[in-house]
Write a protein that binds this ligand. Structure first.
Ligand code: ADP
Length: 242
């Protein structure tokens, strides 16, 4: 684990440099995008189909770069955890509409096995971002007919959130590299998703574990279950009426 954490730290430093660059790239990109949007309208009004198509391709490419910049910024900011009382139910419900739409479009069935748990302390925004990325990877890994399962439970002092798929699994020789910044096997991947998830887990005092044995993959987001202080933890709290 020690080695893994050091590795992740090194990657996070790299990502910070990249995020600095990304920040600098955002302004010129916004300018170019603005001009392209004006061109798009002109070509559209003038019925210049060829030019219109080329302009739309450029805008689409700019959209990709913007998405990459967003990911880099998130990776560098992920360490700014703002713990708040959080409900697992609410976190998963926030993901629901987007995830269902993506799963349906890909012909994937979604199953949930989520324990009803009391509120706990975590950063709900970052937690949602992490689970979203794991679930998106799972959907992308599967053919139509696949099943995405989201399961969550409390195990002793830990909260465990499992995101499982019935995809092809991850070859053992790639296991070491999938959390690396910019490692991707996808044509249009950024290779930042798992680095972001790992960062978020580490900053919550947890980690992400992966198990994949030839068929299907499970990513487990683990973090300490930090209960909210209740009357019993607080000697000067309200007396318990019996
Ligand atoms: P990206 O999704 O942009 O490729 P990630 O960091 O999220 O970046 O993932 C890195 C790589 O890990 C992916 O390109 C893929 O090879 C592998 N991977 C992640 N999740 C899964 C999964 N559920 N099943 C199989 N491979 C996966």
């Amino acid at each position: 684990l020690e080695q893994h954490v050091q590795r992740t730290e090194k990657m996070a430093t790299l990502a910070k440099i990249a995020a600095g660059l990304a920040h600098e790239l955002r302004n010129p990109l916004t300018t170019v995008k603005g001009f392209l949007q004006v061109m798009e309208q002109k070509f559209s009004a003038a019925g210049q189909a060829g030019d219109l198509q080329n302009t739309r391709i450029m805008l689409k490419e700019i959209g990709q770069v913007e998405a990459l910049i967003d990911e880099l910024m998130l990776l560098s900011q992920a360490h700014q955890v703002q713990p708040r009382p959080c409900s697992l139910q609410a976190v998963l419900e926030a993901l629901e509409p987007e995830l269902s739409a993506q799963a349906e479009a890909a012909g994937i069935q979604v199953r949930r096995r989520v324990e009803v748990l009391p509120p706990f302390l975590a950063d709900p925004v970052l937690l949602t971002q992490a689970i979203r990325r794991l679930a998106e990877n799972a959907i992308e890994a599967m053919e139509p007919g696949g099943v995405l399962t989201i399961a969550a439970r409390r195990s002793g002092d830990w909260l465990e959130i499992d995101v499982s798929d019935t995809g092809p699994g991850i070859p053992y020789y790639l296991m070491d590299r999938i959390f690396d910044v910019f490692f991707t096997t996808k044509d249009r991947g950024t290779g930042l998703g798992l680095a972001i998830c790992q960062r978020i887990a580490l900053d919550h005092g947890g980690e992400i574990r992966v198990s994949s044995k030839g068929f299907g993959t499970t990513f487990r987001f683990l973090m300490p279950f930090r209960s909210l202080p209740g009357p019993s933890d607080c000697p000067h709290g309200p007396p318990v009426l019996l």
